[in-house]
Design a protein. Structure first.
Length: 504
């Protein structure tokens, strides 16, 4: 514990405080003013006692579960007929009939567009199938052309051109041999002519044959050079281009087919969407027409789903001739076997209760036989108590009743009920009356009667109710404290507490 250094000022202040407290004590017991009779002290013995902190709330008996039937008609319509409230119905009985004339007119107006949309959709589907067939045929033709161009190129490179080249080389070799023979023949004839064995005409014939063979060899060499240097590269490039172009034609055909199919598919999807929209309109209208006849989901009593807000102002939202909107609750069939009481609890106390907390319920007129209950549901969020007090918020608790067979026979819906919830209970708690405690600066003090005099005593408190407060520290069993404090005693205790706190 930290040490406290007392200065002269502190000592002086403490002395004055002690003197003031002594004077107050003397005044409290009537010892200062001798003109008055001594004040009789009211003392309280601190003993372990039963302590409980309870809260009482009010509510009405309601069914724990109810089957609510709401309007499933998506049109705002009129209630044509509804059975009287409180009528006992069986499952499947017609309870309420809504006006469906407006919905039927809407349905008739949507039937013809739906038929047209379906016909358009069927035509677009057929067009899509025909387009797929045409695209497959066009793609097959382009692939055939590409394969043909490739075969022609391979045929030229591996068959036609090698054969032509081989033939030219063979012809050139043959003519070169013939040229060599013609040269030898010309030389031999020329020697004979020189010796006079042959005439000049024979020599001219040999020379002509030599010139003819020479020209033939020169022509074959030119053809071979032309084929290798010009004709073959040109033919190879032309056939390669044709094959490549045919392959690109295949790709172009595939892209064009894909675009055409996508366009046709988009058209089909648009028509399908149009049909779905009209079908949704038609189906919604048909479902709404069927929903205009509202039947009982189970056996039970019919209770109109009029809100408490409207009823408190003399208005009814559910009766013949009233308008009914989509999802508006029309009637309920409560399950009378299980009942509950719904009460509101201030948000400052919500942390002191939990689901499963037992409660006691007193029904109006039967207070002598309390009904056991249990908290089964706590709302997730608080609600403002009213429009005029938005800062005062309450949580709503559902308390399930657990009556005995005799109590169940007397419980009726809408009965007033008082609910008692125990927030805290201790059978062996040290308690003191509320009026005996003085609080200053977040601390609490009492007058302890000790040695035939009153001494201020700091205490620590716990739970409290309207009458007493639990003491957790500062007092012991058997201590006696002053209650019903006089104004002098209360002010003296406050002065002591303030001096004690400021001294620390």
């Amino acid at each position: 514990m930290p040490s406290i250094r007392w200065t002269t000022a502190h000592l002086f202040r403490a002395s004055c405080s002690a003197l003031l407290v002594a004077l107050v004590l003397l005044a409290g017991v009537g010892a200062v003013n001798r003109d008055h009779e001594p004040v009789e002290l009211s003392l309280y013995d601190v003993q372990p006692r039963h302590f409980s902190d309870v809260i009482e709330l009010t509510g009405n008996v309601e069914p724990l579960k109810s089957e609510t039937v709401s309007s499933e008609c998506r049109w705002s319509t009129t209630i044509l007929s509804i059975v009287p409230e409180g009528t006992w119905v069986q499952k499947g009985d017609i309870v309420c009939v809504l006006d469906s004339s407006e919905v039927e007119e809407f349905l008739r107006a949507r039937d013809v567009p739906l038929i047209r949309a379906r016909a358009t959709l069927e035509g677009s589907v057929q067009d899509e199938e025909l387009l797929k067939s045409a695209n497959e045929r066009r793609l097959a033709q382009s692939k055939f052309a590409a394969q043909t161009a490739l075969n022609e190129r391979d045929q030229y490179l591996h068959a036609t051109h090698p054969q032509l080249l081989d033939k030219l080389e063979q012809d050139l070799s043959l003519w070169q041999e013939q040229l060599e023979s013609a040269r030898e023949e010309f030389a031999y004839t020329e020697r004979l002519w020189a010796q006079g064995f042959v005439n000049h005409r024979t020599l001219d014939q040999a020379n002509f044959i030599l010139q003819q063979k020479t020209e033939g060899v020169r022509k074959l060499q030119a053809d071979l050079f032309l084929s290798n240097e010009f004709t073959h590269p040109r033919n190879e490039l032309r056939l390669q281009f044709r094959a490549s172009n045919a392959d690109r034609d295949v790709l172009r055909t595939e892209i064009m087919n894909s675009l055409a199919e996508t366009k046709a598919r988009l058209t089909t999807l648009a028509n399908e969407r149009r049909v779905q929209i009209y079908e949704r309109y038609v189906n919604s209208a048909r479902e709404s027409i069927a929903a205009c006849t509202m039947k009982a989901p189970s056996d039970g009593q019919v209770i109109y789903a009029n809100s408490w807000y409207d009823l408190s102002r003399g208005r009814r939202s559910v009766e013949e001739g009233k308008r009914a909107y989509f999802q508006q609750p029309i009637f309920r069939i409560p399950d009378e076997r299980h009942k509950k009481v719904t009460v509101s609890l201030h948000e400052s106390l919500i942390t002191r209760v939990r689901i499963g907390t037992p409660v006691s319920v007193q029904l109006k007129g039967f207070e002598e036989t309390p009904v056991a209950g249990e908290i089964v549901h706590i709302s997730n969020y608080p609600k403002s108590r009213s429009y005029y007090t938005p800062d005062v918020r309450d949580y709503y608790l559902d308390i399930q009743l657990k009556p005995t067979p005799e109590q169940a026979s007397i419980i009726r819906l809408k009965m007033d009920a008082n609910v008692t919830i125990s927030l805290f209970e201790d059978v062996d708690a040290l308690t003191v009356p509320n009026e005996s405690v003085v609080g200053v600066g977040g601390r609490n003090f009492v007058w302890l009667y000790e040695d035939a005099g009153l001494q201020p005593r700091a205490i620590q408190v716990g739970e409290s109710n309207d009458e007493a407060v639990c003491v957790t520290a500062g007092l012991r069993e058997g201590d006696r404290i002053a209650v019903q404090l006089t104004p002098q005693q209360r002010s003296g205790l406050q002065e002591y507490a303030q001096n004690m706190i400021s001294g620390l």
